[in-house]
Structures are given as C-alpha cells and as structure tokens.
Design a protein around this ligand. Structure first.
Ligand code: SF4
Length: 207
C-alpha cells in the first residue's frame, strides 16, 4: 500500500527511505546542469554531493520523518483528472505523528515558477485532505540555498487554487488557450516580433 501509517516499527523503514531520499536529492542536484560535458562531470558531481551533504546536515530530522516519497495526488474535476507527485511527505508535523507536511524541492528561481510551485503544493494539500490525511504544512525547499519556505495552505487559499486549476482544465477541454502575454515572458520569447499577442512594449522593441 502506498503511504499510510504502518504498524511496522519506523526504525526498520528508515534506511530504505533514506536511500531513496538521497537518490531523489541527487537527481535534483544534478538538474542544475543537465547538459554537463564529461570534463565537468566530476566537478558537478562534487557540487551535487555538497548540496546533499548540506541538506542532510541542516535537515537531518527529515530522515526520521519520511512518510512517503514521490507520492501521487489526484484532483478530480468535471473536465478531467489532474495528477502530480509530491517529492517528499513528512509525518509528525507539529509533533503529531499522523500530521503530514508536503515538501517539494525547487532548483530554479523566479516568481512565476514560485507561483506555480505554490499552486501545485496547495492542490496536493487539498487532495491529501480529501483522502482523509491531516496535511498541516507544505514547504518549498531550495537545495541551493538550503532553506525552506512555508506555503500557506489554509482552506480559503487552497479552495482558490483548486478553482484556478479546475478552470484551467475546463479551458483545455473546451479548446481554449488564451495567450497570456506579459513583458517578462514575451521578452524571452523567440516569436516576439511575429506574435500578434506579444506584449506591446516588447513588440515595439528597444526605445
Ligand atoms: S510573444 Fe506571443 S507566443 Fe511569445 S510569449 Fe508572448 S504571447 Fe506567447
């Protein structure tokens, strides 16, 4: 069974969970430079190792709280099913064994990406609660900065995120893909000079 509070002693489960977490962290760390050449591989491997070592030093307690890794959550909407996998679920949040915290690792910076990560965590939280779990916290964890940021998952903000995702799925189902132009996004787009939806100042070019 995926997840669940096993009746087995937790101490017997930790080594396997630890090794899976290390693998997970290493994969994330490696994503910083997915196109590394062989020559730089050794250096990158050392950097990745440092990130993992920092993580297990700063967040050693996580290794004793792993409830599940790569757990799938599902959101059912009238127009389709949304599925995603949370990187890590920790138990004993706030000192209560059956209270969970969802953690997602992030490797990139940027507000737009952050908004998406937060939306994702809120939907996981909603889905987990619908399954009957006591999801008390959600965190975005930056491996590069070794810092963890709490994401608000109160009922109101989670309901707003679920509405947003539900509407997005309905639009996709209806074949509606409205252009979401913005100065920031269009500035980095190769089609800026051709696209009729391009943000006006970007289309006009440098003054
Ligand atoms: S220029 Fe057009 S295609 Fe490119 S990001 Fe902007 S709206 Fe989208």
């Amino acid at each position: 069974m995926a997840g669940g509070f096993s009746s087995q002693p937790r101490g017997r489960q930790v080594p396997l969970a630890e090794s899976r977490l290390f693998c997970r962290l290493a994969v994330f760390a490696g994503r910083f430079s997915p196109f590394a050449t062989a020559a730089s591989h050794s250096q990158l491997f050392k950097s990745a190792l440092r990130l993992v070592e920092t993580y297990v030093t700063d967040y050693a307690d996580d290794l004793h709280r792993i409830w599940e890794l790569e757990r799938q959550f599902e959101l059912y909407t009238p127009d389709g099913l949304l599925m995603g996998r949370a990187d890590v679920i920790l138990d004993s949040e706030d000192g209560h064994e059956k209270s969970l915290a969802i953690v997602d690792y992030k490797v990139s910076k940027g507000e737009e990406r952050k908004d998406r990560n937060e939306l994702q965590l809120r939907i996981y939280s909603h889905a987990g609660r619908r399954e009957g779990f006591d999801v008390r916290a959600a965190y975005l964890h930056s491996l590069s900065q070794s810092s963890r940021e709490a994401v608000t998952i109160d009922e109101a903000v989670v309901a707003e995120s679920v509405d947003k995702a539900t509407q997005a799925i309905a639009s996709i189902r209806a074949g509606e893909y409205p252009a979401a132009s913005s100065k920031k996004v269009c500035s980095a787009c190769d089609y800026a000079r051709l696209c009729r939806h391009c943000e006006a100042s970007v289309r006009a070019g440098p003054e």
